[in-house]
Design a protein around this ligand. Structure first.
Ligand code: 5AD
Ligand code: SF4
Length: 453
């Protein structure tokens, strides 16, 4: 059967889609990139904010026409919204055939068989995957970066605003031998870079293997040039982990560390289990491990504005923290109440107008800082790996190549033709708030001298 999977939301969904593809292909199904010929469409969904769910509902509406025409036999919703909404979805959307949660990934072939036997709707919402420690067949037909590898699933942190612990269950770390095997099979496919993922990736522990030890083990895989990881939780950061990032040669110097708020009062209400002082200490130590922080390391974050009870003063604390840390990038969100989470029940909800105003101020400040950080990079030299090649009518060949620190450098029509995965040095020549531009540096010219911060 020809199938099509569309993922929404986080990196874990992208990884789960790959796992389902591996299993479906092995069972004789075939993926297609054309919606009109797909007999099975799976929407791998996100429930983190109201907007994410609305996008999925909109997409379901758009896909109805394929059902009406008869080309689409089965439409399924998997992922966090499947788990959260469950049976309710099949009542709201009568033409839905399958609803499953993230815990049912390993059962996808059995669920599709059930559909083919005429069962409908098919539901699998039992939550936790028993086959979590299987190595799923690698479905990659071509090398596409970033390539994620899940090292753990679920979350035990239970931040009061977050739905994830309810949709993805408690934290489970994978056996290091199993995930090393999976990493090695990706390297054999041709991958030079892998991104280790987990909801709180640095809480990883299996027996006496904790996260820094795991980084050390993955760092030894022959042929693997770059190791990335996300998302870290401040409460599980140790100096040992930061030292591992600084010293292991293939581990990239990028820390994505969601702070969520700069106010200790709000952090406590969120149940984040750290203070702004703890956070500032971590980021100071991280940056101190690199001589010239801005080209050699990158710090990014997630921030929520308008959490219940957030006052103007709390919000100012967040702005103040951003000014101190000077993040290289940030994902910024308006708080969105999620049914079933403690924060959704809190009485002092912030009105949408205030949330929007705060978000706008936050984005403006962060954009200004990111632009200043980017300008500082002009003239400096660093290694990139080519991730994407595109052709523009006016500019010609445009390459998107990533620095070790995670930022993309655009190379416009360089003399040499590159392929995805090529690695070489560039000199940064120009920037905007979001983009860096550069030229390949194959003859080893002298970059601007680095200032020691
Ligand atoms: N409302 C807004 N943002 C949220 N996030 C998680 N839950 C919510 C919510 N209910 C944000 C957090 C998290 C990121 C993945 O999504 O900042 O780090
Ligand atoms: Fe959600 Fe908090 Fe767990 Fe992150 S750490 S997934 S924000 S509960």
């Amino acid at each position: 059967m020809k199938y099509y999977i569309q993922s929404f939301g986080c990196q874990m969904n992208v990884y789960d889609a790959k796992s389902m593809m591996g299993l479906l292909n092995e069972a004789g199904h075939e993926s297609t990139s054309h919606l009109e010929e797909a007999e099975l469409i799976l929407l791998n969904t996100c429930a983190i904010r109201e907007g994410a769910e609305q996008r999925v509902r909109g997409r379901i509406g758009q896909l109805k026409k394929y059902k009406d025409r008869g080309s689409l036999k089965y439409l399924g919703v998997c992922g966090c919204m499947g788990q959260k909404e469950g049976e309710r979805l099949t009542r709201d959307v009568p033409f839905l055939d399958l609803v499953m949660g993230p815990g049912a990934i390993g059962s996808i072939v059995r669920l599709v068989d059930a559909l083919e036997r005429g069962n409908r709707p098919v539901l699998d919402l039992h939550g936790i995957d028993d086959d979590f420690d299987e190595v799923y067949p690698v479905a990659d037909e071509e090398i596409v970066y970033p390539r994620f590898l899940s090292i753990m699933k679920g979350c035990d942190k239970k931040c009061t605003y977050c739905i994830v612990p309810y949709t993805r269950g408690p934290e489970r770390s994978r056996d290091p031998q199993i995930l090393l095997q999976e990493a090695e099979s990706l390297v054999q496919k041709g991958y030079k870079e892998i991104t280790l993922i987990g909801q709180t990736v640095n809480s990883y522990h299996f027996g006496d293997v904790h996260f820094p030890k795991l980084l050390e083990m993955v760092n030894q895989i022959a042929g693997l040039k770059r190791i990335r990881f996300a998302t870290s939780h401040p409460n599980s950061v140790t100096h040992e982990m930061l030292d591992a990032i600084a010293t292991l040669d293939h581990v990239c110097e990028h820390l994505h560390l969601p702070v969520q708020s700069g106010s200790n009062r709000v952090l406590a209400e969120m149940d984040r289990n750290y203070t702004r002082e703890d956070y500032l200490e971590i980021t100071r130590y991280f940056r101190s491990r690199f001589k010239a922080p801005l080209i050699q390391s990158t710090l990014t974050t997630d921030i929520i504005v308008g959490f219940p009870g957030e006052t103007e003063e709390d919000f100012e604390q967040t702005l103040d923290l951003i000014r101190s840390v000077r993040f290289d990038g940030a994902f910024m969100f308006k708080y969105s109440p999620r049914r079933g989470t403690p924060a959704a029940e809190m009485e002092n909800q912030v009105d949408d107008f205030t949330k929007a105003r705060r978000l706008e101020r936050l984005i403006q400040l962060q954009q200004q800082i990111a632009g200043e950080n980017n300008r500082w990079l002009i003239g400096q030299k660093a290694e990139v790996m080519v991730e994407r090649v595109s052709h523009h009518p006016k500019q010609g060949r445009v390459y998107e190549a990533r620095l070790r620190t995670g930022r993309i450098v655009k190379l416009i029509n360089p003399e040499i033709e590159y392929r995805v995965g090529d690695m070489f040095d560039v000199i940064i020549t120009d920037c905007s708030s979001y983009s860096l531009y550069g030229n390949p540096d194959h003859d080893g010219s002298n970059p601007k001298q680095l200032e020691i911060a």
